[in-house]
Design a protein around this ligand. Sequence first.
Ligand code: NAD
Length: 437
Amino acid sequence: MSQASSHTAASPAAHALPSYLQADHLGPWGIYLQQVDRVTPYLGHLARWVETLKRPKRILIVDVPIHLDDGSVAHFEGYRVQHNTSRGPGKGGVRFHQDVTLSEVMALSAWMSIKNAAVNVPYGGAKGGIRVDPKTLSSGELERLTRRYTSEIGIIIGPSKDIPAPDVNTNEQIMAWMMDTYSMNEGATATGVVTGKPVDLGGSLGRREATGRGVYTVGVEAARHLKLEVRGARVAVQGFGNVGSIAAKLFAEAGARVVAVQDHAGTVYSEAGLDVPALMFHVKQTGSVAGFAGAQALVADAFWDVPCDILIPAALEGQITRANAGRIQARLVIEGANGPTTPEADDILRDRGVLVVPDVIANAGGVTVSYFEWVQDFSSFFWSEEEINARLVRIMQEAFAAVWSVAQDKQVSLRTATFIVACTRILHAREMRGLYP
Ligand code: NAD
């Protein structure tokens, strides 16, 4: 057999999946693959490129050793996955959590590709994480962990290559350390290497609130289509961190009643509506919603039975499942978190007539203002908060309208519609760029 014929595309090896893509079909990556399969019939001639979406472009697994305060050395596992860069540099957050896995980071990176294309910002998708419970680390240990991780992934990130941002358990301070570490290694200050930085270090006004504001913005649009009046609507929020607390605050300011909030340590309920700013203050003081005065404490599982009109999952993935989807009373679910609804639960909610605004559009406000931050860093010219919020609302409303119209046109869920819009944009870019070499 000639050398050429032994490498024909027909050889089974040419189509075999790499081992890390074969495992964990029920994990987050498996869920993402099911979502891509659902959308493939709608991609027309671009379906021939769909395999691109099923294989991350680049995966980096790094060992992150640090000195602990007691003098011992600890090793942590870190990841950076660049799912797709057809439309621009990789972009996506970094998560510090004890349950982080490669499957999760791969799925989160893929959802970033979809999200960035859905709101039409010029990025591909990426995500990173360290398998660590940061609550067990001192501030010094956290800084050393962040810096060593940044240095390890420094070979693939950069302002025009891949731009990390905050996610669960990472914040402005961690972005500042990442920016500084990368800059030290480069020998020049590179503010554009991360977004979600402190405003004094090239961060953008409005970034901290952007994801919650985006959740609120698309929520209002979806409610309008359902003829659901936001004023007086009952809202339940799971997760009261960056995303959940800001979304709750904006809904409360619009006259909605935030009746239930759940976080990792407690669930609080008030039929009359919780005082959201007071709850935010309580969380700042105590670290959790648990023990908030003026509210009834519920056991965690009772959260799913709470009478409400709008439900905002804004904690972690895999929260709305077959076990609780049938109990949810809301007419509208706005996914602040990434991947909070399993595909089975998605079907149950659809059959029950509950409208789900999917993560890939609902929580895209954060990356949209990250994009504004990156643009401002490149030009060293900073915009007012008013300007940022106005641009954010416009992009979110336009993206939602485009997705809504595809959903109506093709009679599909908003999730499938968002995937249709996004996958078409990504694969069109793929097709136009062609394959190198
Ligand atoms: P955060 O760390 O600020 O807050 C997370 C919240 O979830 C906390 O209130 C925590 O107590 C709660 N929580 C954790 N485990 C829980 C559990 N088992 N049950 C109930 N609550 C639990 O994180 P964040 O930045 O607000 O992110 C929340 C979600 O939104 C994540 O899925 C993240 O990927 C997604 N997201 C965040 C951004 C952003 O800009 N921060 C952007 C897009 C998507």
